[in-house]
Ligand binder design. Structure first.
Ligand code: 13P
Length: 255
């Protein structure tokens, strides 16, 4: 049995005051949930404050990116140790917005995953095709490259700590969710790829989240699919009401 994991990616939203209010509201609304890992990923400026606000709660904090070097003259970058030191347990790596706007490649994703693991952070590794690639029937090819190159030289024991997030780019922020069947098809494909590399037993233990226009209205049917183990939520994670509803509904799905 894989434990459900729901993460909120706040992207470049929320000042300190708004972020604190949201964290306090989530703590209040979700304190009873035990069977689901809950994560929020605010911008860097809020990490330390929100890790403090959520201390000894059931909500963990994650960063949205990191740099792979330990320290040095890398203006504007944040190291794995700094993220850990701010109180984070997770870090999102390879989000499609980083691939699209900030030159993230499968090679930099691979370096970042290794740096995160070395520091004891849990990587949430994003993979997914864009609309053009889906329409050209290249979805599986793109995913295969993201997995094979992004996870190159990662050992089976390290892989057991990693979360994979399937985020079809065409479903992000568009209100156009992949159907549960489309999500399941790709999740199953990803698990098959992981099984080829790490063996079936290891692959069965790896959690794969779906991301892209997840809302309280569609979480249950997505979670009902056998290979969907959670969600990476963007827009709907910015309000306590919708994020708490998503977490609560996901926690109620038994497989
Ligand atoms: P939306 O939920 O806003 O579509 O964003 C998904 C996402 O990119 C999460 O990382």
């Amino acid at each position: 049995m894989r434990k459900t994991i729901i993460a909120g990616n706040w992207k470049m939203y929320k000042t300190l005051k708004d972020g604190q209010e949201l964290a306090v509201a989530l703590r209040r609304d979700l304190y009873k949930i035990e069977n689901t890992d809950i994560v929020i990923c605010p911008p860097f400026t809020l990490l330390g404050f929100l890790a403090d606000a959520l201390e000894s709660s059931n909500i963990a904090v994650g960063a949205q990116d990191l740099y792979w070097q330990e320290e040095g003259a890398f203006t504007g970058e944040v190291s794995p140790a700094m993220i850990k030191d701010a109180g984070c347990l997770y870090v999102i790596i390879g989000h499609s917005e980083r691939r699209q706007f900030f030159d993230e490649t499968n090679e930099t994703v691979n370096k970042k995953i290794k740096a995160a693991l070395k520091c004891g952070l849990i990587p949430i590794v994003c993979v997914g095709e864009n609309l053009q690639e889906r329409e050209a029937d290249k979805t599986f090819k793109v995913i295969e490259e993201h997995i094979n190159k992004g996870l190159a030289d990662i050992s089976a024991s390290d892989m057991s700590k990693i979360i994979v997030a399937y985020e079809p780019v065409w479903a992000i922020g568009t209100g156009k969710t992949a159907t549960p069947e489309q999500a399941q098809e790709v999740h199953k494909f990803i698990r098959g790829l992981l099984s080829k590399i790490y063996g079936q037993e290891a692959a069965e233990g790896i959690r794969i989240q779906y991301g892209g226009s997840v809302k309280p209205e569609n979480i249950t049917e997505l979670m009902n699919k056998p290979d969907v183990d959670g969600a990476l939520v963007g827009g709907a994670s910015l309000k306590a009401e919708s994020f708490a509803a998503i977490v609560t509904k996901a926690s109620e799905v038994t497989k």
